[in-house]
Ligand binder design. Structure first.
Ligand SMILES: [Zn+2]
Length: 259
């Protein structure tokens, strides 16, 4: 594959900053969507506005509703489309499956007239350390957001790493980083027990790593301006960033083993 890879930020806000969109991105190859990362309500609306269709594949980082709130709408759309029903790929860490079941799957009779289970509309793919999607290996790794093993990041080595909601995770990033790829990182102006703040970012990452970071999941435009004033790159809602081509999986594995 020799085309252009890019990452489109559908939303960059935290759970309260609805005007900035729910934090989510789309990996694109040659301007076509390949994988949606998180599916909050505003993210799904932004996706449909951008591509005039619903997503075929979604990776879920964790089960807060600003990251999964659009899944119910996706369920209804897919269930009544014979071409899509049962084929919308939903990748998530295996540890998240029981949580998604309680948040989404257990709702009594998702169809009022009965006859349908929530998961009928999807091809749920529980993943461990990663998954294959359209011939590419995506690494999945635990992050630090609420209880252990409830939130996960995603990386396509060589191209990008997406932290999801998290405190700093320098050790995880070091395992997957090729020194060139874009790192999309949770960051608000002020840190808290489940999110990274400016002070955390400056303390826990080297200047070289920060130069390849782009920040999202902030509280307001004013906060974004302050992060930018500190010399950091901040993603804007709707911004599209070019990516390096991913490193083929076998090479990526060899590189990880040699670290
Ligand atoms: Zn969250």
């Amino acid at each position: 594959m020799n085309g252009q890879w890019q990452l489109r930020f559908l939303g960059v806000g935290n759970a309260s900053a609805v005007e900035l969109g729910s934090a989510a991105a789309v990996l694109e190859y040659d301007a076509a969507p390949m994988l949606l990362i998180d599916c909050g309500q505003e993210a799904l609306t932004a996706y449909v506005t951008q591509y005039a269709r619903m997503p075929d594949a979604v990776f879920i980082t964790h089960a807060h509703f600003d990251h999964i709130g659009g899944c119910e709408r996706l369920f209804y759309q897919a269930l009544f489309d014979p071409a899509r029903c049962g084929k919308v790929r939903l990748y998530c860490a295996a540890a998240l499956v029981p949580i998604l079941q309680s948040r989404l799957g257990d709702y009594p009779s998702p169809l009022a007239e009965g006859g349908a289970n929530f998961w009928d509309a999807f091809q749920l793919v529980p993943v461990g350390r990663g998954f294959w999607h359209r011939g590419h290996w995506f690494d999945v790794f635990p992050v630090r957001h609420h209880l252990p093993n409830t939130a996960f990041g995603l990386a396509l080595t060589g191209a990008f790493l997406w932290t999801g909601d998290t405190r700093p995770i320098a050790d995880q990033i070091a395992l997957l980083d090729d020194g060139k790829m874009l790192i999309a990182h949770d960051c608000g102006l002020l840190g808290n027990p489940s999110h990274t703040g400016l002070e955390d970012l400056l303390r826990d990452y080297s200047p070289a790593t920060r130069r390849r970071m782009v920040l999202y999941h902030y509280a307001s435009t004013a906060d974004a301006e302050q992060l930018a004033a500190a010399g950091l790159r901040v993603a804007q809602r709707g911004e599209v960033m070019p990516l390096n081509a991913p490193i083929p999986a076998l090479q990526a594995c060899t590189r990880a083993w040699s670290n």
